[in-house]
Design a protein. Structure first.
Length: 166
């Protein structure tokens, strides 16, 4: 399980209806199954797992809403105030479809579906991958055999072709 069932008590105390996946499905269920169940039943997924946001980006899905906790300590004792505040402030957007990222300092909101924005220049994430991909892999022989791959950054939508060294 991704987050502790102790979150149920936190939500119950503040009047937010919640259920833990362990009472609904298999502990080793694939993320796609959890997402499909949440979408079909009108749930918002609360998670520490970045895969759920990636699924929304890859599928350009409009539901379910996902709230990602981005903190090293995800225990309710540490970050529940920030999570509950974000849920209350963004309730309307979560009802319509949103990806909310919560850390100890702030909450960020993206409305669903997450559509790729085409940009002329890459963002920091795309630049980091682009620069990393140009490092020679075969340092023993010094031989540079390249393979050309299409590249699209899920963060900014920058599209290019990347040469990877074999």
């Amino acid at each position: 399980m991704n987050l502790s069932p102790r979150w149920l008590g936190v939500f119950d105390e503040v009047g937010i209806e919640s259920v833990h996946w362990s009472t609904l499905g298999s502990a080793n269920a694939p993320d796609a199954e959890i997402m499909a169940f949440a979408a079909a039943h009108g749930y918002v997924v609360l998670t520490h797992d970045l895969d759920f946001g990636a699924i929304l980006a890859a599928t350009q899905g409009a539901k379910p809403s996902v709230v990602q906790i981005r903190a090293e300590d995800v225990s309710p004792d540490v970050i529940s105030v920030s999570v509950v505040l974000a849920l209350r402030q963004m309730a309307e957007e979560l009802e319509a479809g949103a990806l909310v990222t919560v850390d100890s300092n702030r909450a960020r909101l993206r409305i669903l579906p997450l559509l790729r924005r085409l940009k002329a220049e890459p963002c920091v994430s795309a630049t980091a991958l682009f620069n990393w991909s140009h490092l020679p892999a075969n340092r023993k022989t010094g031989q540079k055999i390249t393979r050309d791959f299409p590249f699209a950054c899920l963060v900014c939508g920058y599209e290019s072709r990347v040469k990877l060294f074999a």
